[in-house]
Design a protein around this ligand. Structure first.
Ligand code: ADP
Ligand code: SF4
Length: 683
């Protein structure tokens, strides 16, 4: 008996049974309908890793729910069926149930490809991303057509073999949530006004889908956001959100519950703890006897057990934890808890969705590479030709490179000048809100330390002569980078002639620079636009200094819009009384100017933290590559090109795969192809 056996009990979901309580909920993978092989392989890998249910992402049910250019999945008509059949087979071949999230984007649709009118409950502008387009209020015929198209899509999903069909009313991303919400439903007929009227369409679609699905021995899940904390007049878990659950309590075979909008649902670890959604969602179990699945960045098996025992959830839902570790259930089953690669809650995966490309993950460099590079998250093909490698730098790149080579059975020595492992991760994780990021280091160091083929030396600064003394087959230089602090950043390609006495970089702050004066007036200048400037500002404000955050961009930490953190960052700055000045650039002369008017701006300060670009620490690499005594010198991570931690991990992993390939030829990279119809064969 293991204390986690409870997690491996089967759960009946209407007419089907999930083999365990691990439920990989729908999430975008960025492949969309045009790259099905990548999406199928990603989901099949989760099924192989032990997730009892694996769900496909939001599916456009019809051509008038066209979300392009966003790469959504489609189940418009029979043309899409072959990909769905292949997906179901791949998921089910590992014993998991396959689920599909049928959806109409309503006022989120753009119909840019199809040119059809966007439909919604009312004549209103379409929802973000903003386009100068309005949705047309649906009349009775439109509603009838929508119900028919949802039913037709359900029929196709059943024919493809899906076990669980979703009705989607969540995240403000679905026509059904737009009808439900007072914000977007301004109707005065029987589909508007009272809550009973606003949820009429959801009830009808649920009943339509249930009738067809249950007749065919398939289950129906209702994905519903019980609260919309972002919205002043949104649903509340103790208000209309609860009333919806009460009204439909026993209808769906499964409740899949969360909070909306997406920044709430996919909150980062900087602002929320594991299980952050429970206080919103855990009432649902008390209202229905049907099984309930919920999410909240769950990676701790003990929390999972307690949630089931406490009657908060029946199934452990996960999007990000299943991306960071597709084998999380299997590792719990085998009592290999120390092998779990826990999600760090950084939302780099989410950011890729903003670009419409297959996702990336800081913890799991193999995600979305299952098909195109044939990479597996757990298995590195063993090498017959066992070699020994020397890796300089125990940051995320060096550690990932080492761990990948070790898994292939190679001998690895890692040396780092610092007296700690983890490089930038260790240093940055000490800043406010970033502590969870230590998981990038901890997972890899724990794995490396278990291997008898590995040696890790700290406080060991290496020179080219040291490298020569080692008779390594390959040398990987992963020596990282440092913040320049000279004024060069995203918006300024020239150094700045600062006219402030004290100019520091984020490295100085991380190295523990102390300001002599209490209440020092400090400008944190953000020409990086991700998290660092806001975190430094937060740290210094926490120490009691007067902080002015200045950026040439038109918003605070503009790139954090991609990680869904921006509004929380602004809120935190306001709580800490940090002065915010946007559209304010540092000129080469060291003066501040408005980017809008060109007028000089005066900001009183005695110190300035320059958060701009970084310089690679590649001196050792350049010297080693030029030294005739050394062969097979490789470069990885920030030392190659400074970037985000995810890029360093991927770089370290790729470097190891390149070494393991035994060749300098580019690693295979398959591309999905469209079928081209020759001129003479066109209809
Ligand atoms: P990355 O993100 O690419 O992994 P990091 O900056 O996190 O880069 O890590 C680089 C590591 O390399 C740091 O821990 C640093 O101490 C180490 N390092 C840099 N130069 C040397 C050197 N000459 N010898 C040994 N370690 C070094
Ligand atoms: Fe978690 Fe970050 Fe990976 Fe997303 S990218 S799954 S948040 S570790």
């Amino acid at each position: 008996m293991s204390r986690y056996d409870l997690l491996f009990e089967p759960v009946k979901i209407g007419p089907v049974t999930a083999p365990n309580r691990f439920y990989a909920v729908p999430h975008a993978t960025g492949h969309g309908w045009s790259q099905p092989n990548g999406a199928i392989a990603l989901r099949a890998t989760k099924a192989q890793g032990g997730w009892g249910v694996v769900a496909a992402q939001m599916q456009e049910i019809s051509a008038d729910s066209d979300l392009a250019s966003h790469p959504m999945d489609r189940i418009w008509d029979d043309t899409d069926t072959a990909a769905h059949v292949a997906q179901v087979q791949a998921i089910k071949s590992h014993g998991a149930l396959a689920a599909i999230e049928l959806a109409h984007g309503g006022m989120r649709s753009r119909n840019l490809t199809t040119g059809l009118p966007v439909r919604g409950p009312s004549h209103l502008p379409i929802l973000r991303p903003e386009l100068p387009i309005q949705a047309r209020a649906m009349n009775k015929d439109d509603i009838k057509n929508f119900r028919q198209s949802h039913l037709a899509a359900a029929g196709r999903a059943i024919a493809a073999g899906y076990d669980i069909l979703y009705v989607y009313a969540a995240h403000d991303l679905s026509l059904l949530s737009h009808f439900l919400s007072r914000r977007t439903n301004h109707r005065t007929d029987q589909y508007g006004g009272s809550l009973g009227n606003r949820l009429r369409l959801l009830r009808e679609v649920l009943e339509d889908t249930l009738e067809l699905a249950n007749k065919n021995n398939r289950a129906v899940a209702l994905r519903f956001s019980v609260a919309e904390p972002d919205s002043a007049i949104g649903l509340r878990q103790d208000g209309e959100g609860r009333e919806v659950v009460e009204a439909l309590a026993e209808l769906p075979d499964l409740w899949d519950v969360n909070i909306s909008g997406w920044p709430q649902d996919s909150a980062t670890s900087r602002f929320t703890e594991e299980g952050y959604q429970l206080s919103f969602t855990d009432f649902v179990k008390s209202v229905t006897t049907k099984p309930v699945v919920g999410v909240g960045r769950f990676t701790s098996p003990d929390l999972m057990v307690s949630m089931v025992k406490n009657g908060q959830l029946d199934l452990i839902g996960a999007a990000r934890p299943s991306i960071a570790d597709p084998f999380l259930p299997e590792k719990i089953k085998q009592d290999r808890l120390e092998d779990i690669r826990e999600c760090i809650g950084c939302n780099i995966c989410v950011s890729m969705d903003g670009y419409g490309v297959p996702l990336r993950c800081t913890q799991n460099p193999t995600i979305a590479e299952e098909w195109r590079r044939n990479w597996h998250p757990e298995h590195i093909p063993p090498s017959s030709n066992k070699q020994s490698h020397l890796i300089i730098g125990a940051g995320p790149a060096g550690l990932e490179c080492a761990w990948t080579l070790l898994r292939a059975g190679h001998k690895v020595t890692i040396a780092d000048a610092a007296d700690f492992a983890g490089g930038r991760v260790t240093r940055e994780a000490a800043l406010p809100g970033l502590n969870t990021w230590t998981r990038v280091r901890d997972y890899r160091v724990a794995q490396i330390q278990k291997s008898n083929l590995a040696e890790l030396y700290l406080s060991s600064e290496m020179t080219v002569d040291n490298l020569c003394e080692f008779d390594a087959d390959h040398i990987v230089i992963a020596t990282g980078s440092h913040w320049r602090g000279d004024g060069i950043g995203s918006c300024s390609m020239q150094k700045i002639d600062f006219n402030t006495d004290t100019v520091l970089s984020p490295d100085d702050i991380m190295n523990g620079h102390i300001f002599d004066q209490q209440n020092t007036d400090i400008v944190v200048y953000d020409d990086d636009h991700f998290y660092m400037a806001s975190v430094i500002a937060e740290k210094l404000a926490g120490l009691g200094h007067n902080i002015t955050y200045v950026t040439p961009a038109s918003t605070v930490a503009s790139w954090t819009d991609y990680t869904l953190e921006q509004s929380r960052i602004i809120q935190r700055m306001n709580e800490l009384a940090i002065n915010i000045k946007v559209n304010t650039a540092l000129e080469v002369s060291g003066e501040f100017k408005s980017t809008l008017t060109g007028q000089p701006i005066t900001i009183d300060h005695t110190a300035l933290i320059m958060v701009g670009a970084k310089s690679p620490d590649d001196t050792l690499f350049l010297a080693a590559s030029a030294d005739p005594r050394l062969k097979n010198v490789h470069i990885a991570g920030d030392c190659q090109s400074p970037g985000i931690i995810q890029a360093a991990v991927l770089s370290g992993h790729t470097c190891a795969r390149q070494i393991l390939s035994g060749s300098s030829a580019p690693l295979p990279f398959k591309r999905e192809s469209s079928i081209v119809i020759r001129q003479d064969q066109r209809p």
